[in-house]
Design a protein. Structure first.
Lengths: 208, 142
């Protein structure tokens, strides 16, 4: 039987097919990276436990209403962009001592007796009406987180000479040796403890 | 002028094709609500490990038939009460050690009422799903 020659497949249109697929994937690809403000919710509270009594000066109250007005400490109306500096001033005040009686030696604030005692005691409380727009709420959250970040950044630069972002990035690096990873973890923890992020949220009220 | 040799063109195209095929993430859930317009923020963190994230969408209904804010979980329009079973179902999917790493990402429209968000959060607190992430669009710091 004569050997039959296998005809070669014409690959000329291969490029066209590939192009078609390429365009399909180009169009369907979404390269969005999910990002956002991370927050940890407080644990469920036992209703029988009395909440601790706080000094008024250690609480920075931010009130939001449905019109998007921001009322700080029940006396001054503020714009969103003023909030960060006000929060920094409050957190960084260091007018008194923490619960162990230590003075805040890294605070650079006014040391006013009318503002917070110590960053570890300072609490930011957000009270909002149910009808408040989510956009306003997030803008406020963002400014408050920014205030903490500014202060942590400062401490990190002073103590370790690198930015806090850089410190976090290095701590996350998986190529670190065990000793180095532990060391970085302690550093990150120390900075976080210097300015613990305590943001409390009251149940939204249903007034107009 | 001699014609350019295009014989390697398919190879190049295939390479690009593979790149896009590998990087493509197909949208798993189809939105049943109006695509939420996310708020802007500067202090954002990236969400890592997508398989440990459950998404809660909040926005307005497409046809405007339902008044107020609408919550979508997976492919269904849901109520606040459904969040509990949604998170518990997610917990059953992942390994024991990853349970405390589970994050809930709230993708809410900027016009949503804070009251709705609060209801979601208190529901999450009930079942001890405490890590949340308010999904935002990152903008440059001023």
């Amino acid at each position: 039987m004569a050997k039959r020659a296998v005809p070669e497949i014409n690959a000329g249109s291969m490029a066209d097919i590939a192009f078609l697929l390429l365009i399909f994937f180009l169009v369907t690809t979404t390269m969005d990276i999910d990002s956002g403000i991370s927050r940890k919710l407080p644990e469920k509270q036992d209703p029988n436990v009395e909440p601790p009594i706080l000094k008024e000066k250690n609480v920075f109250v931010v009130n939001l209403n449905r019109n998007g007005d921001i009322l700080v400490e029940n006396e001054t109306f503020m714009k969103v962009n003023e909030l960060k500096d006000a929060a920094i001033e409050f957190l960084d005040n260091g007018g008194g001592t923490d619960k162990d009686g230590n003075k805040c030696d890294y605070c650079k604030g006014k040391k006013s007796i009318k503002s917070s005692d110590h960053p570890k005691k300072a609490i930011i409380s957000i009270e909002s009406a149910r009808g408040t727009k989510y956009g306003t709420y997030i803008a406020v959250q963002n400014e408050l987180v920014a205030a903490y970040n500014v202060l942590r950044e400062r401490s990190s630069n002073e103590l370790y000479g690198i930015t806090f972002d850089e410190l976090l990035k290095r701590a996350k690096d998986e190529n670190n040796s065990v000793a180095k990873a532990a060391d970085l973890k302690i550093k990150v923890k120390r900075i976080k403890e210097m300015f613990p992020m305590i943001i409390s949220e009251a149940e939204p009220v249903k007034f107009n | 002028m001699p014609a350019v040799n295009t014989a390697s063109l398919p190879d190049i195209v295939f390479m690009l094709l593979f790149f896009f095929m590998v990087t493509t993430v197909m949208r798993e859930t189809e939105l049943k609500i109006k695509p939420p317009k996310l708020p802007e923020a500067t202090e954002v963190k990236k969400l890592e490990k997508k398989n440990l994230v459950s998404f809660v969408y909040v926005g307005k209904s497409i046809d405007g038939k339902i008044k107020g804010d609408v919550i979508q979980l997976n492919d269904k329009i849901s109520t606040v009460k459904d969040i509990r079973s949604f998170i518990l179902a997610k917990r059953a999917e992942v390994s024991q050690s990853d349970i405390n790493k589970l994050t809930t990402s709230i993708k809410a429209d900027i016009t949503t009422e804070v009251g709705t968000i609060y209801d979601i959060k208190s529901e999450l607190r009930e079942i001890n799903a405490l890590k949340i992430n308010y999904s935002t669009v990152q903008v440059a710091k001023k």
